[in-house]
Write a protein that binds this ligand. Structure first.
Ligand SMILES: [Zn+2]
Length: 86
C-alpha cells in the first residue's frame, strides 16, 4: 500500500492557511527555500504572481482581509459551493 506522500512535511503546507501546496507551486511561487507563504486557497493569483507566496508584501487588496474584493479563482471556493449569486 502507498503511504501518504509528504503527509508530515510541513513545508508542503501554506504558511498562512495550512492548505496543501504542491512541490511545483512552491518551486515556482514560494520563497528561496521553496516555502509557500500564501496559496491559491487563501490568496488570489494576481497577488501570488507578484510575490505574495514568496513572502513579499504586495500592494493589492488581500482577499483574507477583504473577502468581497479581489477574489482569486479558488479563494473561498467552499463558500461558493451554493452555486454562486454574483
Ligand atoms: Zn494558503
Amino acid at each position: 500500500m502507498n503511504r501518504q506522500i509528504g503527509g508530515s512535511d510541513e513545508t508542503a503546507q501554506c504558511r498562512y492557511c495550512d492548505g496543501h501546496v504542491s512541490d511545483r507551486f512552491r518551486a515556482v511561487f514560494g520563497d528561496e527555500d521553496d516555502v509557500a507563504h500564501r496559496c491559491l486557497g487563501c490568496d488570489c493569483f494576481r497577488r501570488i504572481s507578484r510575490g505574495s507566496a514568496a513572502g513579499v508584501d504586495v500592494d493589492l487588496v488581500d482577499p483574507a482581509e477583504d473577502p468581497n474584493r479581489n477574489r482569486g479563482q479558488r479563494v473561498g471556493a467552499a463558500l461558493r459551493a451554493d452555486g454562486g449569486s454574483l
